[in-house]
Structure formats: C-alpha cells, structure tokens
Design a protein around this ligand. Structure first.
Ligand SMILES: Cc1cc2nc3c(=O)[nH]c(=O)nc-3n(C[C@H](O)[C@H](O)[C@H](O)COP(=O)(O)OP(=O)(O)OC[C@H]3O[C@@H](n4cnc5c(N)ncnc54)[C@H](O)[C@@H]3O)c2cc1C
Ligand SMILES: NC(=O)c1ccc[n+]([C@@H]2O[C@H](COP(=O)([O-])OP(=O)(O)OC[C@H]3O[C@@H](n4cnc5c(N)ncnc54)[C@H](O)[C@@H]3O)[C@@H](O)[C@H]2O)c1
Length: 460
C-alpha cells in the first residue's frame, strides 16, 4: 500500500524539526505536525527566553561593578516590559525561522495536533494521513505537585507571559529550572525564597558544586529552605501562602512550581499504535530510538532520557541519517556536558566525585578563588573548579565548575574528557593568561582521595 509520506514527525520542537529537515534533505517525503509553537520548548518557553532573562539579570550587578573600574554610572529601575518585548520579538523571529527551515527543506507542515488511529495512520487536525515511518517527538510539559491549591501556582511556561516582575516569589524545587529562575528573579530585584526537599540544591550534581551554589545563593540573600516539602498553597488577601509539611508558612506574591516535567504522551493514541510507555508516560526506545513498533521511533524529551536540547537535536539528526541517509549511527549519552544558568553558573562533564569513587580509587584536584574582575569590583563572588581523576588510568573522569563563564569553558573541556584525556594531558596544555579557564590546566595540588564524607553520602 502506498503511504502519503515516507516519514511523519509528530512535534515541531528541537528533536522533530532536526529529524524532519535532515530526512527531507536525504530525499524522503516528510510531513511534520506542530500543535502549539514551531521550535517547541527550547525556542518558546525554554532555553532561549530563559537565557535572555539570565543575561538581563546579570546586567544589574555589572552596572554596580562598573563603578569600581572608574565608570560614573547609576543604576536606575529595571523595566520588565522592555525586557519582555525584546525577548518575545526574538522568540517570534526564531520560531518563524524554524517553520521556514522545514518548508525550505521541502517538508509539508501541519499546524495542528496529530494522534495515532492505527500503527500507520494518524488523525492530523481534520485529515487522515498515512506514513511508512512515524517519529514521536512530542516533548514534555511542566508538572505541579499534588497539593491543595496547586492551581494557584505558576509553572515555567507562565514565567514568559508575566506582565510585571513580582516583588516576592517563592520557588519550589531545586533542579535546573528552580535554581535558574531563583538567580533571574533575584538579579532583577525580587525577594526570592527557594523551597526544596534535599539538604542541598541540584540533586545529581557534584557535591562540591551543590554546596558552593548553596553558599553563593545564601550570601546573595536568596532565602533557602532546605528539607522542606510543599503541603498546600492558599490565597490570603493579595498574597499567596505556601505551607510546608513541617508547618512553616512562606508568603509571596507568586509561587513557581519547578518540580519537574512529564512526557507528552497523553491522548496520542499510543495504544492504537502498539507503542509501549513507562509508568511515568515516557516512550520506551532502544539504542536506535525504535519503539516497541519497529517502524515507529521516539526522540527527545518524550523519551525522558537526558532532557537537553542538544541531545534532542543529536537524536533527531542521527535517526534521519540512519533511516534515509544510508549512514546508520547512534548517539552517545555518556560524557554529555551540561550547564545550569544559575548566578553564578555551573557547568559539568563526566562523573561526580561520588559516582567515580564508587567505581574505584580517584584523586580530587580542586581550587577556589575570587575571580580577577571581583578583586577590583569587591563583589563577593567565588569560583570553584574541580577535576576527578582515576588513580589507575590517570584519566579525567569528571570536570566541574561554578563561576562566571563556566558554560563557555566547559564546552572545550568536554571534548578533552570525551576523548579520554589524562591529568597529564591537561597539565601539558599551556594556559591562556590571565583567565579563569587556565586554572583547569594548572591544577597541581591533589587535595584528597575521592569519596564523600559520611554525612554528605547520606544526603545524596
Ligand atoms: C524553562 C526551561 C529551560 C530550559 N533550558 C535549557 C537549556 O538552557 N539548555 C538545554 O539544553 N535545555 C534546556 N531545556 C530543555 C529543552 O528545552 C528540552 O530538552 C528540548 O526543548 C526538548 O526538545 P523536544 O523536541 O524533545 O521537545 P519540545 O521542544 O517540547 O517539542 C515538542 C513539540 O511537540 C508539540 N506537540 C506535542 N504533542 C503534539 C501532538 N500530539 N501533535 C502535534 N504537536 C505536538 C509541542 O507543542 C512541542 O512544540 C529547558 C527547558 C525548560 C522548560
Ligand atoms: N540549563 C539547562 O540545560 C536546563 C534548564 C532547564 C531545564 N532543563 C531540562 O529540563 C528538565 C526539567 O527541569 P526541572 O527543573 O523542572 O526538573 P528537575 O528534574 O531538574 O528538578 C525537579 C525538582 O523538583 C523537585 N520535586 C519534584 N517533585 C516534587 C514535589 N512533589 N515536591 C517538591 N519538590 C519536588 C525535585 O526534587 C527537583 O529538585 C531538567 O531536568 C533538564 O533536563 C535543562
């Protein structure tokens, strides 16, 4: 039976757009359906608008720093609506670009929802469409905790439609989104409460980074509430009150739930297609992104593996090359560099100290220092850099940094760690002076053998 398309992609986000346009470039007849916004989460309610807000928040402190360098500048008020307009214009430009990339590649675009009717047939808006192969790239959505009054709180999507900066905001969670928005709102002048379950923010990251971020946020005046779980949210007059299970009350103008995301598989007709999901709703895939139906594939956040834009695009590209480019390949999920755009930012690649120590003896090289800019500005900022080195092979198993430019620096370190560079390879590299980055190649003092103190291990 001839199909309408060789490939149908459900979802026009990072993963779907890359897969569709590369497949079309290989000569396949491709269609894509997007129900909400071209470019998906990253472009519209994720990385891009978030990073613009991170940049905006940084300027506030830079204006103050400038005075120490001789500039006669005065910090005036921040105009939220100006920032919002600039941010939204850039988002619209990029979203339109994503759509035109698809059209220029020869893809058919549908601006509506798609769902399976059977393994090869989709309901696409008002039409029925068939395809030989189908890719599920529907991403994820923010979740709220199951507590009374949860609907009074915001989710990350809502941040990008706020009309004004809140005076006080309480943020629940301490993952990527929570700590990034804590830094943004604080930088823009709001009072911030960060409410989280663990002892330290950013579960899963290296222990020293987590402790350094706690210290940095504490020093800046972000009010930290570790070991606290939300119990209820209620309106009291014009304020919201977040009650915790311990019985504490935190009052704010708005409450942001940054408590994780769930894969978008509800109502997709996956049962009709014979595609299996985990209990949490993530599509189950093998190393080639094939689902339990060999002609149906899933890529990006909907598989809930490593929910980062570059992973979504890499998976989409590899799948298109494999299916239509006569160039089968797999994407590695190991040694993926990642950054958290907190204030200061964090970046990391490879193993944490705890993970590495569990595999065998390792050495820790670590330095903390005041960045050169701040010896002049007197802003109390500290940088932390750390290498985890295998004692046997001398390979650098993990590199971790908290400090200005950490994400820019870690991209290059990621190449070295991915190639299996040893500590001696790092040491042989000549530094670029004067930079913070050069510390990664001049770390000479082994501070200890890897392994977390008992108390820290218990809290992991
Ligand atoms: C606030 C925030 C900040 C982030 N910051 C970063 C960052 O700095 N760096 C980074 O690497 N990652 C970041 N991420 C994660 C990153 O945005 C995601 O990993 C990435 O966007 C996933 O791409 P995707 O294509 O899998 O899904 P998405 O981009 O979510 O795309 C899925 C698309 O499918 C559409 N869709 C869903 N169901 C259907 C249907 N049935 N029919 C038609 N269309 C459908 C949706 O509307 C959506 O557009 C951030 C995420 C958030 C929320
Ligand atoms: N810079 C980046 O690359 C970047 C930025 C933002 C988001 N992302 C991606 O998006 C994903 C989602 O981000 P996120 O921050 O929402 O999720 P997350 O999984 O990183 O963090 C969720 C947080 O919510 C807490 N939590 C979960 N349920 C809770 C409950 N019922 N009560 C209280 N706390 C609860 C968790 O303990 C954790 O601190 C990230 O994991 C990441 O993959 C990446």
């Amino acid at each position: 039976m001839p199909y309408d398309y060789d490939l149908f992609v459900i979802g026009g986000g990072s993963a779907g757009v890359r897969c569709a346009r590369i497949a079309a470039g290989h000569g396949a007849r491709v269609a894509v359906a997007e129900e909400r916004f071209w470019g998906g989460t990253c472009v519209n309610v994720g990385c891009v608008p978030k990073k613009i807000m991170v940049n905006a928040a940084e300027y506030g402190a830079w204006i103050e720093d400038a005075a120490a360098f001789g500039w006669d500048v005065r910090k005036g008020p921040h105009h939220w609506e100006k920032l919002a307009a600039a941010r939204d214009a850039e988002v619209q430009r990029l979203s339109a670009l994503y759509r035109s990339l698809l059209e220029n590649a020869g893809c058919t675009v549908f601006e509506c929802r798609a769902a399976f009717l059977d393994p090869h047939t989709l309901q696409v808006g008002e039409s029925r469409v068939t395809a030989e192969r189908i890719v599920i790239a529907t991403g994820g959505r923010p979740t709220r905790p199951d507590i009374p009054g949860a609907e009074l709180g915001l989710i990350s999507d809502d941040v990008f439609t706020m009309h004004a900066r809140p005076r006080r905001i309480a943020i629940v969670g301490s993952g990527y989104i929570a700590v990034e928005f804590a830094g943004i709102y604080h930088g823009l002048g709001a009072e911030v409460d960060l409410v989280y379950r663990a002892d330290l923010p950013l579960r899963g990251f290296d222990h020293d980074l987590r402790a350094a971020l706690r210290d940095a946020y504490d020093a800046q005046g972000i009010r930290l509430h570790p070991g606290q779980q939300p119990a209820a949210l209620e309106r009291r007059g014009r304020a919201l009150v977040l009650r915790t299970r311990r019985g504490d009350e935190i009052e704010a103008d708005c409450v942001l739930f940054a408590t994780g995301r769930a894969p978008n598989t509800r109502g997709l007709g996956l049962e009709a297609a014979g595609v299996a999901c985990t209990e949490e709703g993530a599509v189950i895939v093998d190393e080639d992104h094939a689902t339990t139906r060999p002609h149906i594939f899933a890529i990006g956040d909907v598989t809930d593996k490593l929910n980062l834009t570059p992973m979504a695009t890499a998976a989409g590209h590899a799948l298109a090359d494999t299916l239509f480019g006569n160039a089968p390949r797999r994407v590695s999920y190991r040694n993926v560099p990642t950054a958290v755009f907190s204030a200061p930012p964090i970046a990391t690649v490879g193993m944490t100290e705890a993970d590495a120590a569990a595999q065998g003896p390792c050495d820790i090289y670590l330095t903390r220092f005041a960045p050169m800019r701040h010896t002049i500005s007197r802003r109390p900022r500290r940088t932390l850099m750390k290498l985890v080195v295998c004692q046997r092979s001398r390979k650098v198993l993990g590199a971790h940094m908290l400090g200005e430019d950490a994400p820019e620096i870690m991209q290059g370190i990621g190449i070295a760690v991915g190639m299996g560079a040893t500590k001696e390879d790092f040491d042989r590299t000549i530094g670029i002076h004067p930079t913070a980055a050069e510390e990664f190649v001049t770390l000479r003092t082994r501070v200890r053998e890897a392994g977390l103190p008992e108390k820290a291990r218990a809290a992991e």
